[in-house]
Write a protein that binds this ligand. Structure first.
Ligand code: ZN
Length: 148
């Protein structure tokens, strides 16, 4: 690997790619599907919202290491937060990964490991796919349980 890719695929990212957290389907809540045609990443985000709080969130899908690790880190970061807090976090995350490469990195906890994406503009959509899909899930109607 080149030194740049070494930086990008840090240990945490590799770990979340190998063992994604909350990688499962959730029934009875909301769901949305996202697709990043630039890379071929596909994701489904499952969401349970209770009184404005994200009671549970999970995802399934296939894609590159960045998209999968970002989705895994996202589920850990927003679970237990309010929908408004998650929206605000998404905005800060988006700013972090699209900032100039030499700009100071604002700490966003575990999500900070994805700051290296800013050096690879083609990867920004990989890292933000899960968040865009989460936002779509916020607006989705609760899934109707089907017997089919
Ligand atoms: Zn990707």
């Amino acid at each position: 690997m080149t030194p740049e890719l070494d930086d990008l695929y840090q240990e945490v990212i590799l770990d979340h790619n190998r063992r994604p957290r909350n990688f499962r389907a959730l029934g009875g809540g909301r769901r949305a599907e996202g697709f990043n045609p630039l890379c071929g990443d596909r994701i489904t985000v499952f969401l349970t919202v209770d009184n404005g709080v994200i009671a549970d969130v999970a995802f399934q899908g296939s894609g590159c290491a960045i998209s999968k690790a970002s989705a895994s880190l996202m589920t850990e970061s927003v679970k237990g937060r309010t929908v408004d807090e998650a929206q605000a976090l998404f905005e800060r995350f988006q700013q972090m990964i699209t900032a100039p490469a030499d700009a100071a990195v604002e700490s966003l906890g575990k999500l900070t490991v994805l700051a290296g994406v800013r050096q690879f503009p083609v990867r920004v959509k990989c890292a933000s796919l899960a968040w865009h899909t989460l936002r779509a899930a916020f607006d989705a109607r609760d899934e109707v349980v089907s017997t089919e």
